[in-house]
Design a protein around this ligand. Sequence first.
Ligand SMILES: [Zn+2]
Length: 246
Amino acid sequence: MIIVAIIYRIVNVTRCLLVDIVSFILRSHSGGIPRPGEISLAHHGVLFLDELPEFDRKVLEVLREPLESGRITISRAARQADFPANFQLIAAMNPCPCGYLGHHNNKCRCTPDQVSRYKAKISGPLLDRIDLHIEVPALKEDELINASVSEHSQPIKDRVERARAKQLARQGKPNHLLGTKEIEDHCETTDAGLTLLKTAISRLNLSARAYHRILKVARTICDLSDETSIQPAHIAEAIQYRRHDI
Ligand SMILES: [Zn+2]
């Protein structure tokens, strides 16, 4: 938290970490002196990008480095600076330019070409670094009115805290920080789970990065279910979260 305070001191801001503007790169361009942008302001927090395809593709590609390393290097003229940028990325986008593709009101008039151009604004390498892709369909009127009672937040919070404590006790860090060798040590699955994963990698043409990320997500699903070893069901669930790759 001291590092976060220093970053905020450098750019002289005090505000919420939740941002939806492109200034994370513009700030870094100002005055020729590298300064922490929104990516670093989100250090140890959340970087929320709404309407993801509306961002300039070059800006989005900048995210690849910190998503991998937790750091961002800014070079300006003869100066170069390295800032911490370990954040949780949350992004939202519509299914098509008008937002109604797949909606029960059938209002979408986008052509298949417009839809694929819209989706192509998010590059494969960036998608590859996003572990959970979740589609949230619009609710029909009666579903909205007769909404069933979902699980309360407190038991969910307790479950997450238990899973996190289990990770720290097992390997001294949360699952998402595991390196390749540590994944081998702590994300072992059954033969059936491994076969399922290999089939998915070859059929869906997933990268080596996706392979390791799926194992880490499966490890987390396993921890949340309070089980010890990663089962094929955990692997299957982790694979289906890569909806956009599928
Ligand atoms: Zn549409």
